[in-house]
Design a protein around this ligand. Structure first.
Ligand code: ZN
Length: 304
């Protein structure tokens, strides 16, 4: 029997600056260019954050619309937006751009990330034995999660369930039970490095414990990502155990691989997945696996 197709989600920029890896895309055009490269390299989904030209976060719905239109025009990628991570306050404000994108058939997000729980984001500076901050929390109450899920479903957007630790998976299970999230759930297991001690380490032991804690009674597709850490230990387990990978220079600069571009890092993990016997899912195949409707293209794709 052939193995399950492998879904690569490209995490192109997050809120990373260019001090370590200069290839981080900021502007809508830069993000769209990376989208084209990532699709060519084997990605099926693109996840991005709107940025200002100097790299600062942008909260303008129009910037999100501009990015999504450009991606839709040049690729078939599944569009997975952020809700602003922990930089926007208030449930309405966090989802405003998702609603606006939904009003334009050429810029509608297919998915958006919901973090299914709260965590501390304070960075520990081990060399100096101190925390850089001591009150940096990322709060996502059950009420917030339910509000965001309902708002997404009402706008035809599929929640992408981002988890920072094993207890988040129990919350995913409960919310799937309630029907707040729908099956198949798309669960992202986040690992953290760079002094962010609020998540699991990206080691084989941590990854195995995390993967074994996935709800077994629900239909789930799962993927792994590494905030500020090299994803290889978890990624290779995902390749072997039927999971998927969310990879990009937005998460980590990959000095080990010579500071690649997003297209290059996607190509690297695509090659590795094939070596594990996992053929890559096209965007259309990934849509079917994740329970998304087929792409209803309101604009013609232009050559790129
Ligand atoms: Zn993100």
């Amino acid at each position: 029997m052939s193995k399950k197709k492998f879904i690569i989600l490209a995490r192109v920029n997050e809120y990373k600056m260019r001090d370590l890896n200069p290839h981080i895309p900021f502007t809508p055009e830069e993000i769209a260019r990376d989208a084209v490269e990532c699709e060519k390299a084997g990605a099926a989904i693109i996840h991005f954050h709107a940025r200002q030209p100097d790299g600062a976060p942008s909260y303008e719905p129009e910037v999100y619309l501009d990015i999504a239109r450009r991606i839709r025009e040049r690729t078939d990628l599944i569009i997975d937006s952020t809700l602003g991570q922990n930089t926007i306050k208030g449930d309405e404000a966090r989802s405003a751009h998702i609603v606006r994108m939904g009003e334009d058939p050429n810029a509608r997000a297919d998915m958006a990330a919901i973090d299914v729980g709260s965590t501390n984001l304070d960075v520990y500076d081990a060399a100096n034995k101190r925390f850089e901050t001591t009150e940096h929390t990322y709060v996502n109450t059950v009420k917030t999660t339910m509000f965001l899920a309902e708002r997404m479903h009402a706008n035809g957007v599929r929640p992408h369930l981002s988890c920072w630790g094993i207890p988040f998976l129990r919350q995913v299970d409960a919310l799937l039970d309630m029907g707040v999230f729908r099956e198949p759930g798309f669960v992202q297991l986040c690992f953290s490095g760079g002094g962010i001690v609020g998540g699991h380490r990206c080691t084989t032991d941590d990854a195995l414990a995390y993967i074994r804690a996935l709800p077994t009674s629900k239909k789930i597709e799962w993927t792994v990502n590494g905030k500020e850490c090299n994803l290889l230990p978890a990624a290779t387990l995902a390749m072997e155990l039927g999971g998927h990978v969310s990879i990009g220079i937005g998460d980590y600069e990959y000095a080990e691989l010579g500071y690649p571009t997003n297209g290059e890092i996607v190509a690297y993990f695509a090659k590795l997945a094939r070596a594990y016997g996992r053929e890559l899912a096209t965007p259309a195949e990934a849509r079917a696996m994740l329970g998304l409707p087929p792409l209803d293209r309101a604009i013609t794709r232009v050559a790129s």
